[in-house]
Design a protein. Structure first.
Length: 709
């Protein structure tokens, strides 16, 4: 909806001049009373039934239309000034006629035809949003509305508020179950449940709009399905609500959908909290969480043309809120950056001016994010060649094109801008270009794992049972000092069996000498068997001696497994502890390919250890030429509190990074504290590079990577 009064403003943004010959109004236009403006003055709507648009006008414009048949701006102005309290000039009349011409409301002004409706601009605007009417429910709504009147009563609203508060209070006491239910969205069953809940809540949302419009005498033309970026969404045509002169009724229609979803969320939350575990309880949870999140996060937003926008516009009684606020924001930009002092687009209080300006600026930032996200969705929704083309079209048409048009206007108004303003801008642009193009001494920040350069991992040689642990965390140990003692019952049993067999064959060999003639042969065989079991017993004994875990170097005990307990079984692949030496440390850091090219062995490195007041200083010792296939330590993974995204892996499998990363080995001296294995951040000295070159290289790399068909 546009407002004729909002066209007053900057002198270089006036509507086109009225045509030389006095025009005629289009015969199908309709005029309806629209209540009062915020200042108490009367307002009317000009309805264009051909395009299903309407335009809000004030008292002056209404009086001009009443005398439009006079066909002369001067005579119309004189008549209005003589017969009303308005002081009107001929220019006011011609400005309004120019507005009518600009909006296609005059007979000689060509209304949009089929070629415009289905031209390339129409397809550009509508391929992301296509409406498919399905039903014309006016008769069914007229039958249903009085039978559901109880839903609009105060007592039902009070019960709903009570149900919502009670349900939320009960849900807060079961928050662990709430988080568990929200996590189910990533399962197939959860996804299907949320899609079904979303469909049902949207049907209720749109049906509420339709019923409320019917209650207030607004005809619902049709209901159907809208495809938004190929995603189906229900919609209701309540475009004729502008005919209502009562702003409260328009507000009721605009807020009906949000109210219905909040009502659904309140009662479903209470049901979920009270019902036992069942399919009905799961359905209530899906409906409640979907209604809460979708309503509060999307429908209530006033920055896009969803319900929240129309609610705010009706509450403030500012038709065409986005367009009118945008004029105030542009005026602020012109005054701030160009020094142009133009009158307000329309008379408002200073507080209202600041609100409209801030609202428009916030809307622009919000839409920048939304349109950029839509462009990404469009890119991934189609095959790569078409997706890349549509991505470029979206970025140009919805983001870059308005900026270029505004900058073009700035250039046209350059004669009105003072020279000192241009000088300031040139200095700022020059300083910005210098900052972007100048090579700056920069550092590469990388995640890494700190450990001692001289360390011993204490492992069990094979699966065994723990008898005792002789050291504790942080204890200093000497060379050959015992750390822990293990026991392997099977190995012990095998050693005892071998010893017994050794003794048995020894006795047999000694007894064979006093026997018959075959005694020497039996003695030889017994000695051979005894030698075999002697070797086996010695081997078993050596294996059991390995279960006496000792320190191979002097140092400090670190990272003792807190789950160790006497009698428990130890896996051979799990370290029991580490013996590390102070004074020499190393860090394994991971960097991207572009950062790797800016590093060289010998460059300085600063290691920041969380919890320490002093940093560690070292140097790069080695840089891998091949990217890592798995993480050097699980502490670097996002799933373990790190910053490196990893690919999904089965239990026990190695963690593989999603992006191409390269290992950089950093070493240093002087740390007198024996380091435990800790996650750190490393700042690596790199070659000088300009921000502009880096951003350009990153953009080109992404473009080349994504443009491969």
């Amino acid at each position: 909806m546009l407002d004729a009064a909002a066209l007053a403003g900057l002198p270089y943004m006036q509507p086109p001049a009225a045509p030389a010959a006095w025009p005629d109004l289009r015969e199908e236009l309709q005029l309806h009373a629209a209540g009062c403006n915020a200042d108490g003055s009367p307002a009317w709507h000009i309805a264009d039934p051909v395009r299903n648009q309407f335009f809000r006008i004030g008292w002056l414009e209404f009086e001009v239309l009443q005398r439009f048949a006079l066909a002369d701006a001067e005579q119309i102005a004189q008549h209005i000034s003589r017969e009303t309290t308005l002081a009107v000039e001929a220019r006011d009349v011609t400005d309004f006629v120019g507005f009518l011409q600009q909006q296609g409301l005059l007979r000689q002004a060509r209304a949009p035809g089929p070629s415009d409706r289905f031209g390339w601009r129409w397809w550009l605007h509508n391929y992301l949003f296509i409406r498919v009417p399905l039903v014309r429910p006016a008769r069914q709504l007229a039958w249903l509305a009085p039978r559901l009147s109880a839903l609009y009563s105060l007592w039902f609203a009070g019960l709903t508020v009570l149900a919502g508060v009670t349900g939320l209070a009960l849900a807060a006491r079961q928050w662990d179950q709430v988080t568990l239910g929200l996590a189910r969205v990533f399962t197939l069953e959860g996804t299907l449940g949320y899609l079904g809940a979303l469909a049902l809540s949207k049907v209720i949302h749109e049906l509420s709009h339709a019923l409320t419009a019917t209650r207030h005498g607004v005809r619902v033309g049709h209901m159907g399905l809208a495809l938004v970026v190929m995603w189906p969404m229900a919609y209701t045509d309540t475009g004729e609500s502008w005919k209502l002169s009562n702003a409260r009724h328009r507000l009721a229609i605009a807020s009906a959908g949000i109210a219905a979803e909040l009502t659904l969320a309140a009662w479903c939350t209470l049901l979920w909290a009270l019902l036992p575990d069942s399919g009905l309880r799961s359905a209530a949870f899906f409906l409640a969480s979907t209604a809460w999140v979708w309503t509060l996060a999307i429908n209530a937003s006033p920055f896009m043309r969803f319900d929240g926008y129309f609610i705010v516009a009706d509450l403030l009684d500012i038709p065409g809120l986005h367009e009118r606020a945008g004029r105030f924001a542009k005026r602020w930009l012109h005054r701030t950056f160009l020094g142009l002092r133009a009158p307000l687009p329309e008379p408002v209080t200073p507080a209202r001016e600041r609100f409209l300006t801030a609202f428009a600026l916030t809307t622009w930032v919000y839409r920048l994010v939304v349109f950029a996200g839509i462009a990404v969705v469009v890119y991934h929704a189609f095959f790569k060649a078409l997706g890349l083309l549509l991505f470029a079209v979206e970025i140009w048409y919805f983001l870059a094109r308005p900026v270029v048009a505004e900058l073009h206007n700035w250039w046209r108004w350059r004669a009105a801008v003072k020279h000192r303003v241009w000088l300031v801008w040139l200095l700022l642009l020059g300083a910005g270009a210098a900052c972007l193009l100048a090579p700056w001494p920069t550092r590469v920040e990388a995640p890494g794992v700190l450990r001692s350069a001289v360390e011993q991992a204490v492992y069990s040689p094979f699966p065994a049972r723990l008898l005792r642990v002789d050291v504790q965390e942080g204890q200093a140990v000497a060379v050959a000092q015992r750390l822990a003692e293990l026991d392997a019952p099977r190995q012990s049993a095998e050693r005892e069996r071998a010893t017994a067999m050794m003794d048995a064959y020894g006795s047999a060999a000694r007894g064979a000498l006093g026997g018959d003639s075959e005694g020497p042969a039996r003695q030889v065989m017994a000695d051979q068997q005894r030698s075999r079991y002697v070797t086996e017993a010695q081997s078993r004994d050596a294996e059991l001696k390995r279960l006496q875990l000792t320190a191979l170097q002097a140092g400090q005990v670190r990272d003792v497994d807190p789950l160790l307990s006497p009698g428990g079984w130890i896996n051979a692949s799990t370290p029991l502890a580490w013996v590390v030496q102070a004074g020499h440390w190393q860090v394994e850091a991971l960097v991207s390919e572009s950062d790797r090219l800016r590093l060289a062995p010998g460059n300085a490195a600063t290691v920041v250890v969380k919890g320490r007041t002093q940093v560690l200083q070292g140097r790069i010792r080695a840089i891998d030429d091949l990217r890592v296939q798995h993480l050097p330590h699980m502490l670097l993974a996002v799933s373990h509190g790190g910053s490196v995204a990893t690919q999904p892996a089965t239990r026990g499998a190695e963690l593989r990074p999603v992006d191409g990363l390269y290992r950089v080995l950093v070493e240093g001296e002087g740390d007198q504290q024996a380091p435990a294995v800790r996650r750190v951040v490393v700042h690596l000295q790199a070659t000088h590079e300009s921000f502009g070159a880096r951003w350009l290289q990153s953009g080109l790399s992404s473009l080349i990577q994504q443009s491969g068909f």
